[in-house]
Write a protein of this length. Structure first.
Length: 156
C-alpha cells in the first residue's frame, strides 16, 4: 500500500483482516506477578517454598482471546549461587503448580518456555519461589528480585 503525501486530499484506505498474514500484528503486555517488590534474605540453605506472592491473577476469556504465547520472566540474586530455585505459577483452583522453571546461579534473569496452554479460563494463579536444591553453605540466602508474566497477542 502506497500513500502519496503530495495530494491535497487525504487518502483513506480501509484495510481488511484478509490483507494481513496470520499474527502479523502482535503486541505484548507485561503483568507484575510480584507487586510486593524484591524479597531479600530468603533462606537458600534448606528446601521448600520461601515466598508466595499475595497477588492473584484471574484468567478470563478476554485475557485468552487472541493470546498466542505467555512466558514467565524472573530475576534473582544469591549469596552463594549453588542452590536451585524454582519459580512456580501456582493454580489456586487446582491446588497444584501449573508451570515452573528453574533459576540457578548467583545472579540470573530467566524466561520460561511458552506456558499459554497452562492458563485455564476461570482459574486464579499466584507466584511461589521454591528452593528445590539447597545450598551447601549454611546461612546462604537469595533475593527474589521479581516475576512478571509476558502475554503475547496476535491480531489478524
Amino acid at each position: 500500500m502506497a500513500l502519496s503525501y503530495r495530494s491535497e486530499e487525504p487518502i483513506t484506505k480501509h484495510i481488511h483482516a484478509e490483507e494481513f498474514l496470520p499474527n502479523e500484528l502482535q503486541y505484548m503486555i507485561f503483568v507484575d506477578l510480584q507487586p510486593e517488590g524484591e524479597q531479600s534474605g530468603l533462606a537458600a540453605d534448606s528446601t521448600g517454598v520461601k515466598f508466595e506472592s499475595g497477588f492473584r491473577l484471574k484468567v478470563d476469556d478476554v485475557m485468552k482471546r487472541f493470546l498466542k504465547a505467555a512466558y514467565l520472566e524472573a530475576a534473582k540474586s544469591s549469596s552463594h549461587g549453588d542452590e536451585v530455585t524454582a519459580v512456580e505459577l501456582y493454580d489456586d483452583d487446582e491446588g497444584a503448580v501449573a508451570a515452573s522453571f528453574d533459576i540457578t546461579g548467583a545472579s540470573s534473569r530467566t524466561r520460561s518456555s511458552d506456558i499459554s496452554d497452562n492458563l485455564t479460563i476461570g482459574h486464579e494463579y499466584h507466584i511461589r519461589w521454591n528452593v528445590t536444591t539447597a545450598s551447601a553453605t549454611s546461612g546462604a540466602t537469595f533475593d527474589a528480585v521479581g516475576v512478571r508474566l509476558l502475554l503475547v497477542y496476535g491480531i489478524s
